[in-house]
Design a protein around this ligand. Structure first.
Ligand code: AMP
Length: 187
């Protein structure tokens, strides 16, 4: 931990929490007035931080504990692909409405700053396949709830849910209960 980041906390300890926090820029009033957007682009662009975080996520769940990684469009794709590669498994994109070319299942939900629909191909998972679901930020939990629901409706078994950052004041973790949330950084 550094002097500049004294109080980083998260489910994998203060070191990993600080790694995420150190690559985050708060952008006020984006995409709407009143929202503080957590810009993780510096974290993604920092190879050491990114690898440390990805390795930490794989270690937390255990490399043999999931068969595939599902990432939520769009920043979740970045994390999901890296985890999948590190663990030697495949990746399934959970996409925004209208992007998938074949028959898809869909779930609509409310965002911290709007409304959206997520979709996954109905044949995305082999029945019972253990799926690690990942996204960048957990805010109100609507996105995560929809993604987790879609994984199960498509026949997968949720093996875990990880985010780089959780905005605790929006109570996404409580909304997802009794599911377990793994957040590298809680703010
Ligand atoms: P929610 O459904 O409210 O939990 O919102 C989570 C989704 O919206 C994630 O896919 C995030 O990428 C995005 N998101 C919501 N709030 C923020 C925020 N303050 N900063 C960055 N991304 C956010």
């Amino acid at each position: 931990m550094t002097d500049e980041i004294p109080h980083a906390t998260g489910d994998s300890g203060p070191g990993l929490a600080a790694v995420v926090l150190g690559g985050t820029i708060d952008v006020s009033d984006f995409p709407k007035p009143g929202i503080v957007f957590k810009d993780l682009m510096p974290f993604f662009a920092d190879g050491r931080a990114f690898r440390t975080a990805v390795d930490g996520i794989v270690a937390h769940h255990g490399p043999g504990s999931f068969d595939v990684v599902a990432g939520v469009e769009a920043r979740g794709f970045v994390v999901a692909a890296a985890i999948a590669y590190a663990a030697g498994v495949g990746v399934v994109p959970v996409r925004k409405a209208g992007k998938l070319p074949r028959q898809a299942l869909s779930a609509s939900y409310e965002l911290e700053y709007g409304e959206a629909t997520l979709e996954v191909h109905e044949d995305a998972f082999i029945a019972g396949q253990r799926v690690l679901v990942v996204d960048d930020v957990l805010a109100t939990g609507g996105t995560a709830a929809a993604a987790l629901e879609l994984v199960e409706r498509a026949g997968g078994t949720v093996a875990g849910f990880t985010v780089l950052m959780e905005l605790a004041f929006l109570k996404g973790r409580e909304r997802l209960s009794p599911r377990t949330v793994h957040a590298l950084l809680t703010v």
